[in-house]
Design a protein around this ligand. Structure first.
Ligand SMILES: Cc1cc2nc3c(=O)[nH]c(=O)nc-3n(C[C@H](O)[C@H](O)[C@H](O)COP(=O)(O)OP(=O)(O)OC[C@H]3O[C@@H](n4cnc5c(N)ncnc54)[C@H](O)[C@@H]3O)c2cc1C
Length: 473
């Protein structure tokens, strides 16, 4: 086994200790909007509506906007268990990527005939988000600066230049370092239209504001406990505050237990961890370059993602993808100091010139991992209920595409989107416990081995690839 660059070039423990000495366990993005954004009332009692959307993340919010824009006369409600954007949508890396398939290699492996169309639809999707943000003047710090994927180990250089996307430019070490100056970067692929950085909590609240402006009724602090329905009768959503009876319902509940039992095993919550630095000084910025403000990631199985914020902090996340036996979502899982220390160590390996900088925030969130890494589209009760989940770690942009699919299906439209294999096919479910834990740990162990063995996939990973069963973040 060969050590990684993060093991051979560890920073001094003192640098890590000092960087984390005053760090708040709290999501920077959500702190940043606290007190400056609307809150919405809880459900006032029983309601009879046309459409109900469950979940106030990006998927639910975009669905609400699409349905109300298309049907202004329908009564549409969005019901959120806690607050708009409190879960994955408000606490992610803020990479709004064009890919709707969790990257092109995933599309190539699963739907080789659809790679080109998925790429085109992905770009159209991100273009549509960009136009919407501009047209409605949303204050979401949207910056379409592209994606830079870098090799940190010599063996990863072979993986560069593999995309058929004519937009992608392959860079050598000097070319990458001219963009972002790190001694670990050996080469990279730059995709100029692939990514926009956004402030995710602002995006969630701006979408909610827009939806409310269209006439969508938003209710917060209202968990839906149960759903009943049939193809012939309206859907009943039961909460502690009343029952919502709806002609149609869209379930956009991501990593949380699905209200349709049949989809409970199609996702598992996987915790992803993030650090945020204090704003960089002009001197610190000059030391790293990064004038293009690209979304940065690296290429190992256990990968990092990083970007600048509007006020020039650096967000640094990823690497450990932690599944807790039983698959629950619990606030205490967010406090994993060993993972945050590991992230800090890898940060200073990447940017030794920033030694002395402090992290102001550390946090985590649950990703809805599916075995094919991208969203699946379920339905029930003759299409009265639409269900989407499984975005894994790439849902900021893909949730907008998912909302279009839901709107198409409710309208009974057959479109290029609804006909995609990716949309029509369902992924393999995860097995129940204890097999789920054993399987996920086997994946994590195998990824770590591969990252210490020139990226070579072991027999377990090859066998899982062959049956289309995967684990990722
Ligand atoms: C740390 C982290 C970093 C990430 N980084 C990126 C990134 O940089 N780029 C990217 O593309 N993706 C990223 N992702 C993934 C991305 O954030 C998600 O795919 C996306 O936000 C999913 O949106 P959603 O609306 O489906 O889910 P959520 O935002 O999780 O929303 C679901 C909502 O449903 C509500 N809900 C659930 N059950 C019920 C119920 N029974 N009743 C009422 N309400 C209910 C929840 O309270 C929640 O608010 C990241 C995720 C995490 C956690």
């Amino acid at each position: 086994m060969e050590p990684t660059i993060f093991e051979t070039h560890r920073p001094a423990a003192k640098i890590i200790d000092e960087s984390l000495a005053d760090t708040r366990l709290s999501c920077f993005w959500i702190d940043d909007v606290e007190g400056k954004v609307e809150t919405y009332p809880a459900l006032p009692g029983d309601l009879r509506v046309d459409d109900a959307i469950v979940g106030g993340g990006f998927a639910g919010l975009w669905t609400a906007i699409k349905l109300k824009s298309e049907n202004p006369d329908r009564r549409i409600v969005l019901i959120e268990a806690k607050r708009v954007g409190w879960a994955a949508s408000g606490r992610n890396g803020g990479f709004c990527e064009a890919s709707i398939s969790h990257g092109e290699p995933n599309a190539e492996a699963r739907w080789p005939d659809e790679v080109g169309i998925l790429r085109r639809l992905g770009y159209e999707n991100l273009d549509a988000i960009e136009s919407f943000v501009k047209e409605h003047d949303l204050d979401v710090d949207f910056e379409r600066n592209g994606a830079l994927a870098v090799a940190n180990e010599p063996y990863q250089l072979e993986w560069l230049g593999e995309s058929d996307d004519p937009d992608v430019e392959t860079l050598d070490a000097a070319g990458v370092r001219r963009r972002i100056n790190s001694p670990t970067f050996l080469g990279g692929d730059f995709a100029p239209r692939e990514n926009a950085n956004v402030h995710p909590a602002k995006l969630a609240h701006e979408l909610a504001r827009h939806a409310a402006g269209l006439g969508v009724e938003i209710y917060e602090q209202t968990p839906v406990k149960q759903m009943e329905g049939s193809a012939e009768a309206p859907i009943r959503l039961t909460t502690d505050r009343g029952v919502v009876t709806a002609e149609r319902a869209a379930l956009c509940t991501n990593a949380f237990p699905s209200l349709l039992k049949r989809y409970r095993f199609h996702t598992v919550p996987v915790y992803d961890y993030v650090l945020m630095t204090e704003p960089l000084t002009d001197g610190q910025l000059a030391a790293i370059g990064w004038e293009g403000r690209e979304g940065l990631s690296d290429l190992a199985n256990q990968f990092h993602y990083s970007r600048l914020t509007k006020d020039n902090r650096i967000l640094w996340g990823g690497y450990d993808a932690v599944y807790h036996a039983g698959g629950r979502i619990r606030p205490e899982y967010e406090d994993r100091i060993e993972t945050h220390r590991k992230l800090a160590s890898h940060f200073f390996t990447t940017f030794p010139q920033l030694a002395g900088i402090k992290f102001t925030h550390r946090w985590a969130g649950a990703i809805d991992s599916s075995t094919r890494f991208c969203a699946f589209f379920g339905q029930a009760y003759g299409g009265r209920v639409q269900h989407v989940a499984g975005f894994t770690g790439l849902g900021v942009g893909a949730t907008h595409f998912a909302a279009d699919v839901i709107a198409d299906r409710f309208a009974g439209r057959v479109t290029e989107r609804t006909e995609l294999q990716m949309v029509r096919e369902m992924p393999l479910p995860f097995p129940p416990e204890p097999a789920a834990s054993i399987g996920v740990n086997m994946f994590r162990w195998s990824f770590d081995r591969a990252d210490h063995n020139r990226g070579k996939r072991n027999v377990f990973l090859k066998a899982m690839d062959a049956i289309g069963f995967g684990f990722d973040s």
